[in-house]
Each structure stands twice: as structure tokens, then as C-alpha cells.
Design a protein around this ligand. Structure first.
Ligand SMILES: [Mg+2]
Length: 252
């Protein structure tokens, strides 16, 4: 009996300790692996766009998606995609005429909203435009490190990098530019935000139109990187598109 009480106290201690430190004890991992199977299926289906459109992460997947985001696999997946991009970019014959272009999305591509979505139960709570705007106004989104390295490499290789974001230009333009600069995104060719005239258009329509203008200006879009399918769908999408992982929200 005493031994059992000791075991329970030890488990409580480990639970509190791991919660405080963000570590996950091995015994939780083993349990989580089995119980997360349906959520791993959901995540894969969401990433390959088989469950569109979805408004929230299934409530029962809160802990599994949280573990994915904070436990290292999300960062691993991001880095893996970036390695594929770098491998492709390395083989592109850069003409040197200033028209070899790449397009990068901003939110959860260049800079991360994970700290915000943590409060929103990793997407189990529905999109809250006012709360997200408040978060974005803080200008405190950290860089996604692997993409920051990609960004620097692309520019160093002679590509013109365009950042295209659905963020509202009027209200979030300045703070977004400052946030990006503070996080090391310096030297891009242009950042394109959603102007007042573009409000109300879907992400696919807006981004297609912005890419069309670049192509008409003579740019060759070699690659297009985003965490949402709506970054990569439509027209003038570029020679190759790269979907970054994001199981927390879906932008139609
Ligand atoms: Mg995004």
C-alpha cells in the first residue's frame, strides 16, 4: 500500500514537473502514440487537403496536435520541407537579370503564430478575428528558423523574394514589416499585403491576382511556399509549390 502511494506521488511529481518544463515523459509518449492514431490520420488528411474546409481541429485531438506542435515533430517536418526546397533551388539556373523570383507567405511560413494558437487550444477553438488582430498588433511573432535560413539562402543565391500575405495593409502593414525585420527578414524585394481594394476577396483570388501582376512584370516564379493550400492554389502558382505543415487552422 505504501509502495503504491509512493508510485502515485512519483507520477504526480513527474506530471507536474513535465508540465512545468514542457517535457513529455516516455510513459506518456507510449500511451499517446496509440490514442493519437485517429488524430494522426486527421492531420495527414488535413495536410494533403482531403478534409477541406475545416473550421476547427477536432476537440479530441487537442493534446495530440499540441504534442505534435510543441514536441519537436512540427519543427522536424518544417526543416524537412525546407531541405527539399533548398535542394530544388540549388538546381535552378539563376539568370542574373533580376527576374528569378520566389514567393513566400508570411503567417506560419516566415513567422510563427504558435504562441497565439497555444491559447486557442492549437486550433480546437474557432478562428477569432479580433483576438488574432490583437496578437498580430503586438508584432511579436518569432521567426520560423528553418524558413528564415531558406529566405537568406534564396536571396544570397540571387533570387528576388516576394512576401505575399492576406494581412490587412492598412491596420497591420507597419507592424508586420517591423516584426519581419526584427526577426531577420531583411532584403526581400517587396512585401504585398491586402489593400483596401482587395478586402473581401478569397485568399486564392487575392494571391492569384498578386502573382499575376508579378508575372506580367516579367518575374519567373520558380517556387511558392506557404502553410495554406490557398497560398498555392489558383493561377500563376509558380514552377513548384511547397506546402508547409500547419494542422492548427485552415484558410479557405
Ligand atoms: Mg500562412
Amino acid at each position: 500500500m505504501v509502495r503504491r502511494v509512493r508510485e502515485i506521488i512519483a507520477m504526480i511529481f513527474f506530471a507536474v514537473f513535465s508540465s512545468a518544463t514542457g517535457l513529455t515523459p516516455p510513459y506518456w509518449n507510449r500511451g499517446a502514440a496509440a490514442s493519437c492514431s485517429p488524430c494522426l490520420s486527421w492531420r495527414l488528411a488535413a495536410e494533403v487537403n482531403n478534409v477541406e474546409p475545416w473550421r476547427t481541429v477536432p476537440a479530441h485531438c487537442f493534446s495530440c496536435i499540441g504534442a505534435y506542435i510543441t514536441g519537436g515533430q512540427y519543427q522536424h517536418d518544417l526543416r524537412f520541407v525546407v531541405e527539399q526546397i533548398l535542394s530544388y533551388a540549388d538546381g535552378i539556373p539563376v539568370a542574373g537579370d533580376g527576374f528569378d523570383a520566389w514567393i513566400l507567405d508570411v503567417d506560419d511560413t516566415c513567422i510563427s503564430n504558435v504562441d497565439y494558437y497555444k491559447v486557442k487550444r492549437y486550433g480546437c477553438e474557432p478562428y477569432d478575428p479580433a483576438a488574432f488582430r490583437s496578437w498580430a498588433m503586438e508584432g511579436a511573432c518569432p521567426a520560423i528558423q528553418s524558413v528564415a535560413e531558406l529566405f537568406t539562402t534564396l536571396i544570397g543565391s540571387g533570387f528576388k523574394v516576394f512576401l505575399i500575405t492576406g494581412r490587412d495593409e492598412e491596420t497591420l502593414g507597419q507592424v508586420t514589416i517591423e516584426n519581419l525585420h526584427r526577426e531577420g527578414f531583411v532584403g526581400y524585394e517587396r512585401i504585398i499585403l491586402r489593400s483596401a481594394a482587395e478586402r473581401g476577396r478569397s485568399a486564392v483570388e487575392f494571391k492569384t491576382e498578386m502573382r499575376r501582376r508579378l508575372v506580367e512584370q516579367g518575374y519567373r516564379i520558380w517556387g511558392n511556399v506557404g502553410d495554406q493550400w490557398s497560398d498555392l492554389q489558383g493561377q500563376f502558382v509558380g514552377n513548384r509549390t511547397f506546402k508547409l505543415p500547419n494542422p492548427m487552422y485552415f484558410v479557405p
